[in-house]
Design a protein around this ligand. Structure first.
Ligand code: FES
Length: 160
């Protein structure tokens, strides 16, 4: 074989090899980044509402929190709130902030010691039971746990 052709052949193969390595070097990290949401498990974790020491017994406390939800490649942050009730500072009940009639936000009336929904004049007790008005069921509750002095709730699918 002609040494000139052999050198040219070697250079061609080297350039193809180098080009192939560069293509793999770009494609693997890029493909991993773009495809990772497809095999990543849904992050159905617990949401932290805060220190339990700041929730005083006997009076419902409204707590605001942000929930991050992954939708394909986008991460969406949704702000929400919950009503937290405790009798002893150890066991906590956390209510969804929407009335169980048509979903209006309700509030705690300190003087009347009741949750009031202004939309259709419903009232709920501090235990979430319906006292008066059209709601078909008690206030919805989140599953809760306390870890390291912090109150956590399990978000329901579809946001809270
Ligand atoms: S939405 Fe609350 S009473 Fe109707």
């Amino acid at each position: 074989m002609d040494p000139e052709n052999s050198r040219r052949d070697f250079l061609k193969k080297s350039i193809f090899l180098l080009g192939g390595l560069m293509a793999v070097g770009v494609a693997v990290p890029g493909g991993t980044y773009f495809l990772s949401p497809l095999w990543r498990k849904g992050e159905e974790g617990w949401l932290e509402l805060g220190e339990i020491s700041k929730i005083l017994p006997g009076e419902p406390v409204k707590v605001d929190y942000a929930q991050r939800r992954r939708d394909g490649w986008a991460t969406i942050e949704e702000k929400s709130s919950a009503w937290v009730v405790t009798d002893d500072g150890k066991k906590f009940t956390v209510f969804d902030p929407h009335c169980t009639h048509l979903g209006c936000p309700y509030h705690w009336d300190t003087a009347k010691k009741k949750f009031l929904c202004p939309c259709h004049n419903a009232t709920f007790g501090m235990d979430g039971q319906v006292i008066s008005g059209p709601p078909p069921r008690p206030l919805d509750q989140f599953t809760t746990k306390v870890v390291g002095g912090k109150l956590l709730i399990k978000p329901r699918s579809g946001g809270a």
